[in-house]
Design a protein around this ligand. Structure first.
Ligand SMILES: Cc1cc2nc3c(=O)[nH]c(=O)nc-3n(C[C@H](O)[C@H](O)[C@H](O)COP(=O)(O)OP(=O)(O)OC[C@H]3O[C@@H](n4cnc5c(N)ncnc54)[C@H](O)[C@@H]3O)c2cc1C
Length: 479
């Protein structure tokens, strides 16, 4: 472990063989720097020179080569970069490529901000427990100046109203306890006593988080990470990854292998820029499947015939005022209908939502400018009013939507190196719970790339390999 960290401290990573390799070995020809490229242009070629000088202007001080290229600067990408720099401290070049630095469309800033320990898979429970620890010690990690994340401690409460649902809940509970999460099961009688504002007539069992659950301001976490990263010489580059340059490596008489260590980036003014990297991480949120396609995943043969199964799935969030509803002790409630509701502040405001039914969730509508309010009036509100009679009297105030980075294979994160492109990792597909897992997932990817394997939470099962094998690793607690 130490040896590999030391190797990083010595200098830039050695990349792939061939001309495009990051050159810290004198025998390998150096990647031509921008200035060299300009010199090699013919003077007579005035148009090219003009373009080159505009590219130089547009490029500013964007690095042309980097040890690690992180594609997507949301909470996941920013967390990966944070952990890498934290581990290595100096000498590692990290570029975070972000096509929209306003973060207008990204999932991070549009999320509901929830964190819970109540998952079915041990890995997800561990990731979330680490997320809670990170948030509770937030200023220690990100510095005293980091913006306040306004953590609201409040347990999630899942309700089960069928025997199979109750059985699944008990199984999940056992795993959560084994992992050290503080969760308690509630019978109908216990619920009636402690949460009299709930209608639990049909409820068979409930589970309620006693610690490390609640919600927080996702924007502030992203800003905190970004500010720390900028202070530690991590470059955020405004641009979109549009392609890779591939080299065909001949392995034998009949076999070749594609490799890449060069990204093609479109700058805001339309110019294209090549950036050489040693390692890249795809954490482009809902667009990760698209980036996978650019890599050739799902477009080729054998391993490359399998796509990165991530696509945008639109989810609405609705904010309402309920003057009669209780505030104190109101849990982050997950109804058996999968409708969720939590309070927002202490003035009688709540936010809620519900994912569409599987058969209607086809990913066709990803327009983030329009939210289907009929979904609130016809589906969500009736479910809420049935569960909490005080919600009979509410007023919808506003709504917004965002896209889950939805893994349509098994609704679970894909974390690890791509089995074909060994220098490209994925960290995506969280399907609605990536925010809370960002600290743990970022640390895990950092370990994988810098240490060569997981050191803290073993996320081997989250790797791409399960998709190649057609073996889903289902997370049962998806909201
Ligand atoms: C409505 C809603 C509610 C949610 N609620 C919760 C919750 O309560 N708790 C929780 O834990 N999670 C929640 N989530 C999920 C969580 O928000 C996401 O899993 C998490 O934010 C994913 O982070 P990310 O960095 O991978 O993606 P994003 O935040 O989407 O960031 C990805 C970034 O990549 C950039 N990008 C994409 N393609 C390219 C490219 N080609 N080149 C350069 N940049 C590119 C995008 O511009 C974007 O900024 C919710 C999500 C939604 C939509």
């Amino acid at each position: 472990m130490i040896a590999s960290v030391r190797a990083f401290r010595r200098g830039p990573l050695l990349g792939l063989g061939g001309k495009r390799t990051l050159a810290n070995d004198r025998k390998i020809p150096k990647v031509p720097r921008y200035a060299d490229q300009v010199k090699s242009l013919k003077c007579s070629d005035y148009e090219s020179l003009k373009v080159a000088s505009e590219v130089r202007k547009a490029r500013g001080d964007i690095p042309l080569e980097t040890d690690v290229l992180i594609i997507g600067g949301g909470v996941i990408g920013s967390s990966i970069a944070y952990w890498m720099m934290k581990l290595v401290e100096k000498g590692l070049n990290i570029v975070i490529l972000e096509k929209d630095p306003t973060y207008h469309r990204c999932a991070t800033t549009r999320s509901a901000g929830g964190i819970r320990q109540q998952f079915s898979l041990p890995e997800n429970i561990q990731l979330s427990m680490f997320g809670a620890q990170f948030l509770s010690d937030y200023k220690h990690y990100l510095g005293d100046d980091a913006p306040d994340i306004h953590f609201n401690p409040e347990g999630y409460m899942f309700l089960a109203n069928t025997d199979s649902g109750a059985q699944q809940m008990e199984e999940n509970f056992k795993v959560q306890k084994q992992m050290g999460a503080r969760v308690r099961l509630y019978s109908k009688e216990m619920l009636n006593q402690q949460f009299p504002f709930l209608n639990v007539e049909d409820v068979k069992l409930a589970s309620y988080g006693l610690q490390n659950e609640g919600w927080f301001d996702a924007w502030s976490l992203l800003q905190g990470l970004k500010e720390w990263n900028l202070r530690h010489q991590i470059s955020y580059v405004h641009g979109e990854l549009v392609d890779f340059r591939f080299v065909e490596e001949i392995l034998g008489e009949y076999s070749t292998r594609r490799r890449t260590n060069e990204a093609i980036i479109r700058l805001p003014n339309g110019f294209l820029l090549d950036m050489t990297f040693s390692e890249a991480v795809v954490c482009a949120g809902a667009d990760s499947g698209h980036v996978g396609r650019i890599l050739g995943c799902g477009e080729g043969e054998e391993i490359l015939s399998v796509p990165a199964p991530v696509e945008p799935r639109k989810r609405g969030v609705y904010s309402f005022h309920a003057p009669d509803a209780p505030i104190v002790g109101f849990p982050f409630l997950i109804d058996p209908s999968n409708t969720y509701v939590r309070r927002e502040g202490l003035g009688g405001h709540f936010i809620c939502g519900k994912s569409p039914n599987k058969e209607d969730d086809n990913g066709e509508d990803i327009d983030l400018e329009s939210v289907d309010e009929s979904w609130f009036y016809e589906v969500i509100w009736p479910a809420l009013a049935k569960r909490v009679p005080a919600f009979e009297n509410i007023k919808l105030k506003h709504s917004w939507c965002g896209c889950y980075d939805y893994n349509y294979f098994d609704e679970n994160a894909i974390i690890g190196k791509h089995p074909y492109f060994k220098n490209i990792s994925f960290c995506t597909g969280f399907s609605g719970h990536g925010l809370q897992m960002a600290p743990g997932a970022g640390r895990a990817v950092c370990e994988l790339i810098l240490e060569g394997g997981y050191q803290t939470i073993d996320l081997t099962r989250f790797g791409f390999e399960r998709i190649l094998m057609g073996e889903p690793l289902k997370e049962r607690h998806i909201v």
